[in-house]
Design a protein. Structure first.
Length: 420
């Protein structure tokens, strides 16, 4: 029985014919892709514009989010992480043997390690203190509706007030004096422009001398819109704070807030520490995570839309190029180019457009982050992985956009192409 003849491998058959195998080296592929882009540079630049915008937005968003988060951390550490609020933990003051906060609360907290300043405050709820005016007008005339805050001197130190004019009151000289400190906005509403004439304001019918005008605070911004009077004076004029109204503001050293919060109740009320509860600062990692997540999700969606637009532009331009170069494709096929070579050629062109757009977009995004940081006097933060990945995203976008046009080009038959 005769055995069937074995089929010769393809490379042996090509060797018998004496013709070399068709091949496309990486160097030739890169040259063809460059020539294809440089034939129409204006159109290539416009095609890559979508990728530039997408990748640039991607880099700028991640960079600005990281930079903003860094600034949030620094401000958090400087202010919020050094602030403790102490509140009353009882609902009915009649159950107590005395006031929730002792008379020397400021001094007691001053002896706690890590405390910079502390003071008790509350908003006066008395109806007689509901009207504030800057002139002794007869009864029946309503004044401005401005909050009156009774505060010990430690509150103004803890809030880190910045004075425009005058001074703040202190425990020694103004212990029972009828003096007030007001914000610049409140002063404008009351028509007080200078302290050289020792202006007075009337809370209800009680006169108070204005000794200071506050221009800014680091904590408790509502003080700028209030009239602040000494705690002892408020107790004499309108009575003590209502149940649960009084609070304490504590400014601590950096890193000491949680420890101070744990010691506050015992330091103030060693007889009944359960009467007080301390509110430590929130976790900065959670705050940063929430901000970064909100900003990132919103703007990364915009970056994704830009990348999709860029991919559509590259795909459209590459497909048009395939239709315009049908004769060239047929000639290449007739000279021995295979379908995979044609596919590789057009994929290389679209990938090169995407990579070029990615590089330019990365540069523009980085410059945007640095420019915004310099304008706001921030420290720019940009992760190296973001800069390294951005051009690769542009390359992947270009390759994905060129898949269909490259496949379409590889399906063109040489005879049909040469007839056109």
């Amino acid at each position: 029985m005769r055995r069937p003849a074995l089929r010769r491998p393809a490379f042996l058959r090509r060797r018998r014919t004496g013709l070399p195998a068709s091949a496309l080296s990486p160097r030739d592929l890169l040259g063809e892709a460059s020539a294809g882009m440089l034939q129409r540079p204006a159109r290539s630049a416009l095609t890559a514009l979508g990728t530039v915008l997408g990748v640039g937005t991607f880099v700028a968003i991640l960079g600005l989010t990281a930079t903003t988060s860094s600034q949030i951390d620094s401000r958090f550490n400087a202010l919020t992480a050094t602030e403790v609020t102490v509140q009353s933990a009882v609902e009915d003051a009649d159950q107590l043997t005395g006031p929730v906060f002792p008379a020397d609360a400021d001094a007691r907290m001053g002896r706690v390690n890590g405390v910079r300043a502390a003071g008790v405050y509350w908003t006066v709820r008395n109806e007689l203190a509901a009207s504030v005016r800057s002139a002794p007008v007869a009864g029946g005339v309503e004044g401005e509706r401005i909050d009156v805050v009774a505060a010990s001197p430690g509150v103004l130190r803890a809030a880190a007030v910045t004075l425009v004019e005058g001074r703040t009151y202190d425990e020694g000289t103004d212990r029972h004096a009828r003096v007030a400190v007001i914000g610049a906005g409140t002063a404008a509403r009351l028509g007080i422009t200078t302290l050289e004439t020792n202006p007075a304001l009337f809370i209800g019918d009680v006169p108070f001398t204005v000794v200071g005008i506050v221009g800014d605070v680091e904590r408790k911004a509502d003080l700028l819109l209030s009239v602040v009077v000494p705690r002892r004076t408020a107790e004499e004029v309108w009575g003590p704070a209502g149940a649960g109204d009084a609070q304490m503001l504590v400014a601590t050293e950096l890193g000491a807030a949680r420890q101070v919060a744990a010691e506050t109740a015992v330091a103030l009320r060693p007889d009944h520490p359960e009467y007080l509860k301390s509110v430590p600062p929130p976790d900065p990692r959670k705050l940063r995570g929430n901000v970064s997540s909100d900003l990132g999700q919103l703007f990364l969606l915009l970056a994704g839309i830009c990348l999709v637009i860029g991919a559509v532009g590259i795909a459209n331009t590459t497909l048009v190029a395939v239709l315009e170069r049908t004769g060239e494709i047929g000639l290449r096929r007739a000279l021995g180019a295979r379908a995979r070579h044609i596919t590789a050629q057009f994929l290389a062109e679209s990938g090169a457009l995407g990579a070029l757009g990615g590089l330019v977009g990365t540069s523009l995004g980085t410059l945007t982050v640095v420019g915004v940081a310099m304008a706001r006097d921030w420290t720019p933060v940009l992760h190296p992985a973001t800069v390294a990945a951005a051009p690769l995203i542009g390359l992947a976008t270009g390759l994905a956009a060129g898949l269909y046009p490259a496949w379409r080009a590889s399906r063109i038959q040489p005879v049909e192409a040469l007839r056109r």
